[in-house]
Ligand binder design. Sequence first.
Ligand code: ARG
Length: 461
Amino acid sequence: SSEKLWGGRFTGGQDPLMTAYNESIYYDRAFYSQDIRGSIAWARANKNKGILNEQEFAEIERGLKEVEDEWKSGKFSIKPGVDEDIHTANERRLGEIIGKNIAGKLHTGRSRNEQVAVDMRMWLREQLENIESFLVDLLKVIAARSEQEIEHVMPGYTHLQRAQPIRWSHWMLSYGLAFANDLERLREVKQRVNRSPLGCGALAGNPFGIDRDAMAKELGFDTLIYNSMAGVADRDFVVETMQWGSMLMLHLSRWAEDLIIYSSAEFNFVRLADAYSTGSSLMPQKKNPDSLELIRGKAGRAYGQMAGLMMTIKGIPSTYNKDLQESVEPMLDHVKTVGDSIQIATGVLSTLNIQPKNMLASLSPDMLATDLADYLVRKGVPFRETHHISGRVVALAEEKSTPMDKLSYEQLKGVDSRFEEDILEVFDYQKSVEMRSASGGTSKSSVLEQIKVIKQTIEKK
Ligand code: ARG
């Protein structure tokens, strides 16, 4: 165990299971490049303080770049039982390449506590950049389809019961606006992720007057974390990302659920492309919406990681404790789950085959009962009264087994004498959606306005 970087005070060997239990290298190697970039910035700042001379810095930089190349080309060989994490692995290898005399100076004043926080933040901000672009792609597909398919009218539901006619685009945009909010929130989260803990030390700060601003600038951070204890203790940036991702997955999951329902034979509003479906090993006729079910299922997994990490953190005393290592795997998995899910959703939506005729055929005249009530409101009758009158028309249609729009003018007049001949014009789905032209409604103008809102959110940055 003296081979370990921290082996100085240890004499006994380690339980092999403890070694495996403790090591994070098999997943935190994901941060190899961030770790090396961070070390180069660290070495440069130490050179500027006279801790390293020019030649030592040049050697360290050269060595670290070689280590990075080894990782990149898959040639880095992890030393089992010795390389416990990415930080120790890189430093061990650096020593082999440039010699321990110089490599041994790199860690002056530095702690892995700050190193891991730096690595995670740099890794995460790059991932969040990707995720932002995936989300923008999804929003663009929603905006484009909503524009192209604005003519199609379908049933809108409450309680999964037919409620009022809406535009198909209005349905798409109802989620589009939720995703646009997710985009706004993501841009905020990114700001808090991108703050530098480098120079915080193990917990108390740096004793050599290191220029934290210069390091932060070199590494592309927006600003510093201004309390060294907070710098090493903080995993809020991971929690916040996962809370963000959980909300996004919540939206994606409900969206997926709608499409699963709409793709059933009973609805048949949409058909999934083969690219996002699978078959049954037993039933030859089946085409299942597995992509959407996985989105719905993975939402649960994403929440689990968020809740799990919050529970891990909530009871630990201040600054660094090894519990914090448990923030790495959930972060890696969560970010992949969320990023993949958005891309799958975009794929599903951009290849989705819609069945406007079936949407239209699923509309029924009773869905215009509100419009019937509104007709009398326009004649000055109080809504509470018109609601009852329209209800009696619905009952009459049921009693006569006649669709509401097929009742005669005389029959309607019999229910209420204030119905005039233009009442028959109410039974028109296009007209019904066009009536709802106040902002946020399902009329064409309101739908176009929503598309504009989405486009503006994309552009805001
Ligand atoms: N692998 C560790 C982690 O992910 C790095 C920090 C270890 N620090 C320490 N003092 N043991 O949290």
